[in-house]
Design a protein around this ligand. Structure first.
Ligand code: F6P
Length: 320
C-alpha cells in the first residue's frame, strides 16, 4: 500500500524537469497520497533534506527552466555508506516510492537504492538524449531550440564577414544534440564522437565553396570530439578561411521548456506515479515507438545506445 512518495532531480538539470515534478506532485494529490520533494537530488536523501509538496507548491513551475528542487552530483551517495544513509532516510520518512528524475547517473543511483529495498521509478531527463532505453529524454528539444536560436544569429554575422563559425555544443559522449542542431541550422559539417570526420574532404569542400562564391560556414562540434578551438585552428591552417569559435556551454541547459518537453515531462511524471501505485517498482519510464512504457531498471541500464544512423546519413548528404 503506497501512502507517501517522494521526488528528486539529480545530475545536470534539463528544461522540463519542473514539469515532471509538477506532474508527480499533482498525480499523487489526485490519488490521495502524500508527496515529499527531496532537495539537491541524492545529496538531500543522504541528509534528509526534504519538503512537503502539494498541488499549490508546484503552481506555475511548468514554464520555468531549471529545477525547483535543485540538483547536485553526489560522490558520497555512490558509497555504500551514502546509500545506506539514503535508504534510512526513506524508511524514517515513510517513503514508499521514490521518483528519480535525471540522466543515466541518476538511473544508476535509483538502481543502487533498490538494493536497499527502496522502491524507485526513474524518469529520463538530460539534454544529451543519450539514454539507451528511451528514444527521448526531457530537455533535449528545448536545448536544440536554444542552440539553433543562437546559431541562426551567428550565421548573420558570419555571412556579413565571410567567416567560418565553429560552434561547440554539449552532449557529453553523444553526438545526438550536435546532429539535430547541425541539421536544423544547415551546418557545413557536424563533428560527433560516434563517427570519424573526413577532414580532408571538409577542407576540400570549403576550398571549393570559395571558388563557387560561398565564404561562410557553420561547423558544429560535439563536445565529445574535442574542443572547438582545436578544430578552428586546423580549419584556418588548411583553408585560410577566417574562423571564429563559439562555445554555447550551459546556456543550452536553461530556458523555458518547449511544448514538447512540457508535455513529455508531464506524461512521464504521471506514468511514474501510476507505476509506483500499481506496484511496478525499480522501473524506468521510456519513450518507445509504441508510446510511453515502463521497463525494468537493470534491463534498461544493460542496453547499449543505438546510434541514429539514418539521421547521420541525412546530415552528411545535405552538408554540401
Ligand atoms: O549531462 C548534461 C551535461 O550538460 C553534458 O552535456 C555536459 O557534458 C555536462 O552536463 C556538464 O556538466 P556540469 O554542469 O557539471 O559542468
Amino acid at each position: 500500500m503506497v501512502k507517501r512518495i517522494a521526488v528528486l532531480t539529480s545530475g545536470g538539470d534539463a528544461p522540463g524537469m519542473n514539469s515532471a515534478i509538477r506532474a508527480v506532485v499533482r498525480t499523487a494529490a489526485f490519488e490521495g497520497i502524500s508527496c515529499l520533494g527531496v532537495k539537491r537530488g541524492f545529496v538531500g536523501l543522504v541528509n534528509g533534506d526534504v519538503m512537503e509538496m502539494n498541488p499549490r507548491s508546484v503552481d506555475g513551475i511548468n514554464l520555468k527552466g531549471g529545477t525547483m528542487l535543485y540538483t547536485a552530483r553526489s560522490p558520497e551517495f555512490k558509497t555504500e555508506e551514502g546509500l545506506r544513509k539514503a535508504a534510512q532516510t526513506c524508511k524514517y520518512l515513510g517513503i514508499d516510492g521514490l521518483v528519480c528524475i535525471g540522466g543515466d547517473g541518476t538511473f544508476r543511483g535509483a538502481r543502487d537504492l533498490s538494493r536497499y529495498d527502496v522502491s524507485t521509478v526513474a524518469i529520463p531527463a538530460t539534454i544529451d538524449n543519450d539514454i539507451a532505453c528511451t528514444r527521448y529524454s526531457i530537455g533535449f528539444d528545448t536545448a536544440c531550440n536554444t542552440a539553433i536560436e543562437a546559431i541562426d544569429k551567428l550565421r548573420d554575422t558570419m555571412q556579413s564577414h565571410e567567416r567560418c563559425s565553429v560552434v561547440e555544443v554539449m552532449g557529453r559522449n553523444s553526438g545526438s544534440l550536435a546532429m539535430y542542431v547541425g541539421i536544423a541550422c544547415g551546418a557545413s559539417a557536424i563533428l560527433i564522437p560516434e563517427r570519424e570526420t573526413n577532414f580532408e574532404e571538409l577542407y576540400e569542400r570549403m576550398r571549393m565553396a570559395r571558388i563557387q562564391g560561398r565564404n561562410h560556414h557553420i561547423i558544429i562540434v560535439a563536445e565529445g570530439v574535442g574542443t572547438a578551438n582545436e578544430v578552428a585552428q586546423d580549419i584556418i591552417e588548411h583553408t585560410g578561411v577566417e574562423t571564429r569559435v563559439t562555445v554555447l556551454g550551459h546556456v543550452q541547459r536553461g530556458g523555458s521548456p518547449t511544448a514538447r518537453d512540457r508535455v513529455a515531462a508531464t506524461r512521464m511524471g504521471v506514468k511514474a506515479v501510476n507505476a509506483l501505485l500499481e506496484g511496478r517498482t525499480n522501473r524506468v519510464i521510456c519513450f518507445k515507438d509504441k508510446g510511453i512504457i515502463d521497463q525494468d531498471i537493470i534491463e534498461a541500464l544493460d542496453m547499449s545506445h543505438e546510434f541514429h544512423q539514418e539521421l547521420y546519413d541525412v546530415a552528411i548528404q545535405v552538408a554540401r
